[in-house]
Write a protein that binds this ligand. Structure first.
Ligand SMILES: C[S@@+](CC[C@H](N)C(=O)[O-])C[C@H]1O[C@@H](n2cnc3c(N)ncnc32)[C@H](O)[C@@H]1O
Length: 196
């Protein structure tokens, strides 16, 4: 399969365009230090979730600067401390590569979303079968897991999303220019939870 080759800047722009689509009460999982503030529609009611204490402190400071009232949740995506069907949308950028158990995290995302609620996920993903990139990802992942905060280079995130029951509405599979091992396959997923 041939996919478009883009630059980092083009990817950033696309990411922000996807994030800007969510409305209402929005949960951002693995929000880091708040890189995505500024991309959200100003009217969203933002709730952040971040397990890393240092990042969460920075996130809380930046959240206040962006006039978001709620303090970020100290939790993992595999166990979200929110009631069932309590958010309109969930956003996660470069987090499904990092969570310990993607299936458990996505089951939790489904549980907290309203029926038909929107999901936006952006991540680097597993390269197609029989490619050098995929072989490199397999070799690199045991190392990246240890040195890059649990980051897996070889996750088939689109499959995980579909297996968790999410339906893609605008799914883009792209490759972003990277050195020295060649372009990195990326997934931008704008989809929804089942209606009922
Ligand atoms: C690569 S960073 C991405 C941060 C931010 N989303 C961004 O795009 O800049 C991955 C984030 O996921 C968080 N994380 C790791 N394991 C997690 C889990 N099980 N549940 C939720 N977040 C997790 C990390 O602490 C980190 O802040």
């Amino acid at each position: 399969m041939t996919t478009s080759l883009i630059t980092d800047d083009e990817l950033d722009e696309l990411e922000r365009e996807y994030i800007a689509r969510v409305r209402g009460r929005v949960l951002e999982i693995g929000a880091g230090d708040g890189e995505n503030f500024g991309a959200f529609d100003p009217a969203v009611e933002w709730i952040g979730l971040e397990p890393d204490a240092k990042r969460r402190a920075e996130l809380a400071t930046r959240a206040r600067e962006w006039r978001h009232e709620a303090s970020p949740l100290d939790a993992v995506a595999e166990s979200i401390p929110l009631p069932d069907h309590s958010v309109d949308a969930v956003v996660g950028t470069y987090v499904l590569c990092s969570v310990g158990d993607p299936a458990a995290a996505l089951a939790e995302v489904r549980r907290v979303l309203v029926p038909g609620g929107r999901v936006i996920f952006v991540d680097h993903v597993l390269a197609p079968p029989r490619t050098l990139k995929r072989a490199v990802q397999r070799v690199a992942t045991p190392i990246s897991k240890r040195v890059c905060h649990g980051c897996h280079w070889d996750r088939d995130t689109e499959r995980a999303l579909v297996e968790a029951g999410f339906v893609g509405d605008d799914v883009r599979r792209l490759r972003v220019r990277s050195m020295p091992f060649g372009p990195v396959p990326m997934l931008l997923f704008d989809g929804r939870a089942p209606a009922g």
